[in-house]
Design a protein around this ligand. Structure first.
Ligand code: 3PG
Ligand code: MG
Length: 399
């Protein structure tokens, strides 16, 4: 595939040109205060933005935040992100009150060379996520009118067929930014010929979200370790009672089938931390995976499971990890996620952490990011990449 990248654009010269950058600044916000709780995605796009600033471009950044319903909604405003981005860049970021309207147009028109503007949330406009080509196209026209060239650095959104990801590049000279390039380089190592043993750890709440990637990975991996909320549907498929744990009843048969076909590659928890309630201070105990009391719910994998997973990981030469092992936001249920993360950092395997939540977990638990080979900014995007799906945002960049 031939994808032009930022260096190609810089070589053409961008001084005085308006460069529209699609970033994924969809950062987690504190529900009470609205503060940014993890700015990893903002920092990840700095190399691209700084290079454009230094080259004298008029940099117009756009992004989504959360899932507003196609109309302005103050709780999803990107304004706090503009502030943080400005701090990190060391220069003010001009904020447009709308995405393509009067404010956006005048903000962009007023930019001096080397200055940066951030447009308001793309998803405040129905056209951004519309399934109707014409509606999406009309919005893409308005967005494209704000730039002379387009850079996609929103790896976390490349799996979305949205106007800013899929339709704008058809309207402007387009390149991949530094982040998108690096993500694709790293993930293509995993789909190519990964060094073996190749061990994958999957967590998170739903089997249904991970089913396609499990199907795609099973023939490829040597071991597949499953924790997080989704392990209970697998435990049920093994014939265990799971109390009031998260359970996707309609997936039990599918999980049973996967276990039968997995050639023993799938490793499930042998113990879990079971609690009285989904609460930080709930009474809880470690119990065997086949002995979860009927009134309790599993909120983390247990220490014996962590030890087993760590042993499997210690053999690995390549590791991919997506999804927390438990409710790591609550200290009582963070040990599984911490244990697995620490086990990964101790190996000399090439390790890739995929997913907004797992990446945030690494930082929230105070682990050293540099002891992982790569921390992806994309959750759904990295999974769909590994599934071998065509990603609309990447396809749009190919010439
Ligand atoms: C993410 O956080 O997964 C990306 O920013 C994509 O967001 P979305 O799942 O709302 O499309
Ligand atoms: Mg997502």
């Amino acid at each position: 595939m031939t994808i032009r990248n930022l260096d190609d654009l810089l070589a053409e010269g961008v001084s005085g040109r308006r460069v529209l950058v699609r970033a994924d600044l969809n950062v987690p916000l504190d529900k009470q205060t609205g503060d940014i709780t993890d700015d990893g995605r903002i920092r990840a796009v700095l190399p691209t933005l700084s290079a454009l600033v230094q080259a004298g471009a008029k940099v117009v950044v756009c992004s989504h935040l959360g899932r507003p319903k196609g109309a302005p909604d103050p709780q999803f405003s990107l304004r706090p992100v503009a502030g943080r981005l400005g701090e990190l860049l060391g220069a003010p970021v001009h904020f447009a009150e709308d995405t393509v309207g009067d404010s956006a147009q005048s903000t962009v028109a007023d930019l001096a060379d080397g200055q940066v503007a951030l447009l308001e949330n793309l998803r405040f406009n129905k056209g951004e996520t519309s399934k109707d080509e014409a509606e999406r196209g009309a919005f893409a026209d308005q967005l494209a009118a704000l730039g002379d060239a387009y850079v996609d650095d929103a790896f976390g959104a490349v799996h979305r067929k949205h106007a800013s990801v899929h339709d704008v590049p058809a309207r402007l000279p387009h390149v991949a930014g530094r982040l998108v390039l690096r993500e694709v380089e790293v993930l293509s190592k995993l789909t190519g010929a990964p060094e073996r043993p190749y061990v994958v750890v999957l967590g998170g709440s739903k089997v249904s979200d991970k089913l396609a990637v499990i199907e795609a990975l099973l023939p490829t991996v040597d071991r597949l370790l499953i924790g997080g909320g989704m392990c209970f549907t697998f435990l049920k498929a093994q014939g265990h009672e799971v109390g009031t744990s998260l359970l996707e009843e309609e997936m039990v048969e599918t999980c049973r089938n996967l276990l039968e076909r997995s050639d023993g590659k799938i490793m499930l928890p042998v113990d879990v931390v079971a609690a009285d309630a989904f609460a930080p201070d709930a009474a809880h105990d470690t119990v065997p995976a086949d002995g979860i009391p009927s009134h309790r719910l599993g909120l983390d994998i247990g220490p014996e499971t962590v030890a087993g997973f760590a042993a499997a990981l210690s053999q690995a030469k390549t590791i991919f990890w997506n999804g927390p092992m438990g409710v790591f936001e609550m200290a009582a249920f963070a040990n599984g996620t911490r244990g697995v993360a620490e086990a990964i950092t101790k190996t000399d395997a090439f390790s890739v952490v995929g997913g907004g939540d797992s990446a945030a977990a690494v930082r929230a638990l105070g682990l050293d990011e540099s002891s992982f080979g790569h921390i992806s900014t994309g959750g759904g995007a990295s999974l769909e990449y590994l599934e071998g799906k065509t990603l609309p945002g990447i396809a749009a960049l190919e010439n």
